[in-house]
Ligand binder design. Structure first.
Ligand SMILES: Cc1cc2nc3c(=O)[nH]c(=O)nc-3n(C[C@H](O)[C@H](O)[C@H](O)COP(=O)(O)OP(=O)(O)OC[C@H]3O[C@@H](n4cnc5c(N)ncnc54)[C@H](O)[C@@H]3O)c2cc1C
Length: 379
């Protein structure tokens, strides 16, 4: 059968992985992005992202994360690039609010994900960097870790080009019926995949905007103590601290310790400079001082201000446009797509070529807000 002519719009991790999978399936794929893939405005920017199977009671994402981990390791072996560091991830269960962590350990037992459960004193012994008087227990997932995000995007672009894929620069818009256009003309292809991350909302004001919210997230990097490697990824895991709406990653490749307190912020995608907001800076600093006494007095050495597109249930969007039957949406990151990207990309590729339909959870219709207990993110 002749290869299909497929356009993927958006060169973040969702579009890049999808394009790579389709090209490797034998289709002829063109990837179009407004800016140079790897650019600093995209959600996929920054040095690193956490990869973890931890997803509360949600077995679906737990299994996807486990499968993605293997695929990332394969891509790492194939490319010879350091894409993933297996430094583990620690989830801290706050005293009196352990529902999500309790559910996670049950899911791990069902799916067969290796983990340890540490008491407060065991956390202190094993990871003395953390101060945990308010923590009931922690789950440690040793096969979790971090993906070197920027490098992952560039490596996938490189593999895509080497497989014969074409990368072009251009800004895709939509007309009144939400048909994708380029340079004033309708885009022509057998399938057009829209993987424009948070920009999907404004491009599709009727279909995607009503089921999404775009928020800004501030992240800071803090220097590690002079002469100490205690906060390096060899000695410290990534962590999730639900009780404090926080997460972070140890220092890797000289980055400093990354921490975020998730305080949803407004963001104008095209016009805002990516400068961290002052209020978040002080709240994140206070958090670091509370949780990591060894970082008191250390300096902010880097920062990022970036965005997430959220769906009400935090499930991704993989569905056909209701009026244009060759237009497929692939995104709705909800803050957790990066780790899943290899499986997400191959799933989208299968839907695009008609191997199977999409999953109910990824459909545009029927979205509803989940309770923190049901939600994969626990929020
Ligand atoms: C601070 C922060 C921390 C996160 N932490 C984690 C984590 O630890 N683990 C995890 O798994 N996930 C994490 N995420 C989420 C993850 O980064 C995102 O889910 C993922 O990067 C989304 O990728 P994307 O390809 O959908 O979007 P993007 O990376 O934004 O890519 C969209 C692309 O589309 C292009 N584009 C937009 N409009 C157009 C247009 N009109 N025409 C052509 N091109 C266009 C853009 O230029 C961009 O390159 C985090 C996100 C943030 C912001």
């Amino acid at each position: 059968m002749a290869p299909s002519n497929i356009i993927v719009v958006g060169g973040g991790i969702a579009g890049t992985m999808t394009a790579l999978e389709l090209q490797r399936k034998g289709e002829q794929v063109t990837l179009i992005d407004r800016w140079e893939p790897g650019h600093s405005r995209a959600s996929s920017t920054d040095y690193n992202r956490v990869i973890r199977a931890i997803s509360g009671r949600d077995e679906f994402y737990t299994r996807w994360a486990r499968e993605s981990r293997l695929r990332w390791l394969e891509l790492q072996a194939e490319s010879g690039q350091n894409l993933m560091y297996e430094c583990g991830a620690l989830i801290l269960a706050s005293e009196g609010h352990c529902d999500w962590e309790d559910a996670t350990s049950q899911t791990f037992d069902t799916v067969g994900v290796p983990y340890f459960k540490y008491s407060q004193s065991e956390i202190q012994q094993r990871f003395p960097q953390f101060r945990v008087p308010d923590i009931a227990y922690a789950l440690f997932e040793p096969e979790a870790g971090m993906l070197m995000a920027h490098r992952c995007v560039l490596t996938c672009i490189d593999l895509f080009k080497r497989a014969g894929g074409v990368v072009k620069r251009g800004r895709v818009t939509t007309d009144g019926s939400e048909r994708p256009m380029l340079d004033g003309k309708p885009l022509e292809a057998d399938v057009i995949i829209i993987a424009t991350g948070p920009w999907m909302s404004e491009m599709f004001p009727r279909t995607i905007k009503p089921i999404t919210t775009v928020i800004g997230v501030n992240v800071i990097y803090t220097s590690t103590p002079d002469g100490s490697d205690a906060f390096d990824m060899e000695n410290m895991p990534c962590w999730i601290d639900h009780g404090k709406s926080s997460f972070g990653l140890p220092s890797s490749e000289g980055s400093g310790v990354k921490a975020a307190v998730v305080i949803p912020d407004k963001i104008d995608l095209d016009n805002d400079e990516r400068l961290i907001r002052r209020e978040c800076l002080s709240r994140t600093r206070s958090y670091i001082q509370h949780r990591f006494p060894g970082l008191v007095g250390e300096k902010v050495v880097d920062s990022k201000f970036n965005q997430i597109i959220l769906t009400p249930d935090t499930h991704f969007i993989v569905d056909w446009h209701p009026e244009h039957d060759n237009v497929l949406f692939a995104g709705g990151c909800s803050g957790h797509l990066f780790k899943h990207a290899p499986v997400f990309g191959s799933f989208v590729a299968g839907v695009a070529v008609g191997d199977y339909g999409t999953a109910d959870r990824f459909k545009v219709a029927g979205r509803r807000k989940l309770s923190p207990k049901e939600s994969p993110s626990g929020r």
